[in-house]
Design a protein around this ligand. Structure first.
Ligand SMILES: *Cc1c(COP(=O)(O)O)cnc(C)c1O
Length: 407
């Protein structure tokens, strides 16, 4: 038996014993979707995260990192709930615009000229990833006669401790090394660009509040030092994000109110060059991850060498992360459950495998579930972030999953 991750709070069984999501039974949701597998995103869960953020960070802008979940109706909801949308491609930019976003920032390496052009025309803040990109952006802006909004993404000389994905510290393809940032920022100002400030993102999926507090403190110190060297006050400092959510057994739940209190203390007396600066935090996973459930139906139940396999109609082509093949070193089980018998006690050890012809396609490895029959629904939780869009949907040619926004 191997442990599964903790099921996010708020899920319970209805009168028939099956899992309820936003007050609806899973079979009712499947009926609405007209097929399995499907993703269900509960807006109320996202709303609760936003409320928790606002309470913890009353004076900090909240940005949504669209790449976590680009489902159209969800993005439209995020535009209403947050202060800005962070995009990383021309496609994401178009999505954000269609959803009605007014504040958009654009980070990410390898921005093509046509992407820079689209961003400058749209009045988007471009987080510059290199001196070369800065030169191209200035040239393009000059050519079309628009004053570009340009911020500098900083590759900090520190990283978020214990973070799942390190984005700063040492040689990185992201941002400009901190010691070269002042010169670049000065050159943007001299060229007449609308310099928007700094973007400093030090890591992702942090579950240790102390480490996040330390990183935010270091980010503020770095922003102040850079601003002093630039000789100008940055209008905005994007402090990055990195708030994580528990995925695996033993993961702790992050208390953002502690982080907010520490930041508020620092911002009550900001370093002098940041006296007029606004601050933003950009989040993806923490905002939307727990709101998503992936529902997939058991197609076959079979035994091989004493091990019971539940074969489902979904798999890693929709939910790569749960198979352990998206940025994890050791495969561990995401939280999952028999959604048709959510209130039943676990009685048997099974492995839940997807319908792809590869041994990588495993959604649950030697997990304990109630006795499960063909036709039952399996729920894989934490499917709201880096789910469908971060999975190889075309691999093996199965249909696309349905996505339902509820709540
Ligand atoms: C991906 C990304 C995010 C969002 O990260 P999460 O872990 O989903 O919160 C934020 N900022 C940047 C620059 C990113 O690339």
């Amino acid at each position: 038996m191997k442990p599964i991750g903790p099921i996010p709070p708020g899920f319970a069984a209805g009168g028939d014993g099956s899992l309820m999501i936003a007050g609806r039974s899973v079979e009712a949701l499947v009926a609405a979707a007209e097929d399995t597998p499907l993703f269900v995103y509960d807006l109320a869960t996202i709303h609760a995260q936003v409320i928790a953020f606002r309470a913890a960070f009353p004076n900090v802008a909240l940005h949504y990192a669209l790449k976590a979940n680009p489902c159209r109706p969800l993005v439209a909801a995020m535009v209403g709930l947050t202060d800005g949308i962070d995009v990383a491609s021309e496609g994401e930019l178009a999505l954000a615009q269609e959803a009605g976003a007014r504040e958009i920032s654009f980070a990410g390496p390898g921005k093509r000229n046509r992407e820079l052009t689209a961003a400058i025309r749209a009045g988007v803040t471009i987080n510059l990833e290199s001196e070369g990109e800065a030169a191209r952006a200035l040239r393009i802006a000059d050519g079309i006669g628009i004053r570009p909004k340009l911020a500098v993404r900083v590759n900090p000389d520190f990283t978020l401790k214990g973070s799942g994905m390190k984005m700063g510290g040492g040689a990185k393809p992201f941002g400009v090394d901190a010691e070269r940032v002042p010169e670049l920022a000065r050159s943007l100002i001299e060229a007449g660009a609308d310099w928007r400030g700094f973007h400093i993102f030090a890591g992702s999926q942090g579950l240790d509040a102390d480490a996040l507090i330390e990183t935010q403190g270091a980010t503020l110190d770095l922003a102040a030092k850079l601003a002093e060297e630039v000789g100008a006050s940055p209008p905005l400092v994007n402090l990055g994000g990195g708030f994580g959510i528990p995925h695996f057994a033993g993961d702790r739940r992050l208390d953002v109110s502690v982080i907010g209190a520490a930041l508020a203390e620092r911002l009550a007396q900001p370093p002098e060059p940041l006296g007029q600066t606004r601050f933003a935090i950009e989040l993806g996973r923490w905002l939307v991850g727990q709101a998503g459930v992936y529902l997939t139906r058991v197609i076959d139940r079979k035994v091989s060498h004493g091990e019971t396999f539940l074969v489902v109609d979904g798999g890693l082509h929709h939910q790569l992360a749960a198979s352990g093949n998206f940025g994890t070193v050791v495969r561990r089980n995401y939280p999952l459950a028999n959604a048709s018998r959510f209130s039943a006690e676990p009685t048997e050890q099974v492995s839940v495998v997807g319908c792809l012809c590869t041994p990588l396609d495993r959604l649950g490895d030697q997990v304990m579930l109630p006795r499960t029959e063909v036709g039952d629904l399996i729920a894989v939780f934490i499917a709201g972030a880096y789910g469908r869009s971060a999975s190889p949907e075309a691999f093996l040619g199965h249909p696309a999953p349905v996505e339902l926004l509820v709540g």
